[in-house]
Design a protein around this ligand. Structure first.
Ligand SMILES: [Zn+2]
Length: 483
């Protein structure tokens, strides 16, 4: 028996030596099997601070758990975790802490890089700079420049190099050029967003000269923009582009360039499995998919961090943000006007519309706290922006209250200009009204999701007034009916 085993072992060893020498030895072909390396990209975009699973969205711990349990993710494995930007602004747990909580979560999830989106600017450039310092992964934007010097800015790198499974990956960032999509123009003051093609052509040879073998663009660009960019990407040897901003689910290949977008709010993640030929520095196979967060897994470390931020949020609910002398009734013109005006104060649009049914409590006399507003506007609604004509606005029905306009003595904007039937107006409403009230979704089938919680502008506006017993909220209320 012993003899037999050693013979088998010898044959096996000989076989392995022969097989091994074939694999390692020089070959006429470049594509020997050991030159092929796998890399899996796990991609999210427009996370918008949805670290907590609620309803059909969110769940950072759940997603990380799924990556570990289902995708086989490990820190040492051949994985890259990337984001297409708009990491925060969403539920209070992200917005109240100005993105700090989400940055900590993404640090713990081992993101390698994130593109700068439009919402990265929501709390101003100073806060973005703080987040850059806090994040242990770079924020990327190759097309963002200092307006005066034309130089790159302090809080974004144009690109970064990461080595995974012995592949040197060059990651390049792009930010949406649409300045209209940025809430506060002053937040991007001094910044210029240059053309995507120009930025890429400038950066790609630099990335290659620093040793990048595989090029991936992470961007805050919608599907249309990415498709239009595909010929340039192909020409520059970029294998894959991840997008964002339009919250679309995209898995397609255009001009042999993979295009991936994962939806939003950590509902899904994008996955690109690449087979890379190390000899030719080319991608020989790429599989793209978008996979739902199935919420059946949980990563204990991420879960722990989420819980800590939830506790901090609960503690902060009693923070005083202002003062009102008398009780402000939930069904009153000053309440309607306060809410809708606050939206327009925070977001540049012509008109704001909400429903009286969503306003659930009075604002009690005395100190105003965050908790007051959680009680008054308890629903997890988010603001959407629509383009509606004057006649569409005039035909809307339901218990709608308005800001930026009045229906008293005909339809007028608040500056007195008549609302013209054929003119187009930018209108804010909630995602709830949009999907349940008649007319809205027929008139504008492609609303822009601002991702701003409907409560947030009211809180921000009241804080900005710095009201006190000596200078109460009443001094800033508008008591005029508008409908
Ligand atoms: Zn965006």
């Amino acid at each position: 028996m012993k003899y037999k085993i050693s013979v088998i072992l010898t044959i096996l060893v000989l076989f392995l030596l022969v097989a091994g020498s074939t694999c390692n030895g020089p070959s006429a072909e470049d594509s020997t099997s050991d030159a092929l390396r796998e890399l899996t990209v796990l991609y999210t975009n427009d996370e918008h601070g949805w670290m907590v699973h609620d309803g059909d969205a969110g769940g950072a711990a759940e997603m990380m758990g799924q990556w570990r349990d289902v995708e086989g993710y490990s820190e040492e494995g051949a994985f890259l975790i990337l984001s297409g930007g708009d990491m925060w602004t969403g539920p209070a747990i992200s917005t109240w802490f100005q993105g700090e909580s989400m940055t900590e979560i993404m640090n713990a999830m081992n993101y390698s890089a994130a593109a700068i989106g439009n919402h990265e600017f929501d709390f101003g450039q100073a806060v973005l700079l703080e987040r850059t310092g806090q994040a242990n992964f770079p924020f990327l934007s190759a097309n963002m420049r200092d307006e005066n010097t034309g130089e790159l800015t302090a809080y974004a790198l144009p690109y970064t190099l990461v080595e995974v499974n012995h592949i040197v990956v060059g990651l390049i960032g792009l930010t949406t050029m649409s300045a209209d999509d940025i809430n506060f123009p002053e937040n991007v003051a001094g910044l210029d967003f240059i053309d995507y093609e120009i930025a890429l052509e400038e950066i790609v040879h630099q990335v290659k000269s620093e040793g990048a073998e595989l090029l991936i663009v992470i961007s805050h660009l919608c599907k249309n923009d990415m498709e239009a960019l595909a010929p340039t990407l192909a020409e520059l040897g970029i294998a894959l582009i991840g997008g964002g901003h339009c919250h679309e689910v995209v898995t397609e290949t255009v001009n042999d360039v993979g295009i991936l977008e994962s939806g939003s709010y950590l509902r899904n993640y994008g996955k690109a499995t690449l087979t890379f030929n190390d000899n030719t520095d080319s991608v020989v196979n790429m599989d793209l998919s978008v996979i739902p967060n199935d919420w059946t897994h949980s990563d204990p470390e991420i879960s722990q961090i989420v819980t800590e931020w939830q506790t901090r949020l609960t503690d902060d609910l009693s923070n005083v943000i202002g003062y009102v002398e008398n009780e402000l009734l939930r069904h009153s013109d000053p309440m309607y006007n306060l809410i809708t005006d606050a939206w327009l104060w925070e977001y540049p649009a012509d008109i704001a519309m909400t429903n009286t049914g969503g306003i659930r409590q009075n604002l009690l006399a005395g100190d105003i706290t965050l908790e007051s507003w959680v009680g008054i506007l308890p629903f997890e609604n988010f603001i959407v922006q629509l383009e509606l004509t004057g006649s569409q606005i005039m035909s809307l029905e339901g218990d709608l209250v308005v800001g930026g306009m009045t229906k008293i003595q005909g339809y007028h904007l608040s500056d007195g200009t008549p609302i013209y039937p054929d003119s187009v107006y930018s209108v804010l409403t909630t995602d709830y009204i949009y999907s349940t009230f008649q007319g809205f979704s027929d008139y504008d089938p492609e609303p822009y999701e601002t991702s701003i919680h409907w409560r947030q502008p009211v809180i921000d506006y009241i804080q900005s007034l710095q009201t006190t017993a000596a200078d109460p909220l009443e001094n800033y209320l508008d008591y005029e009916p508008r409908q």
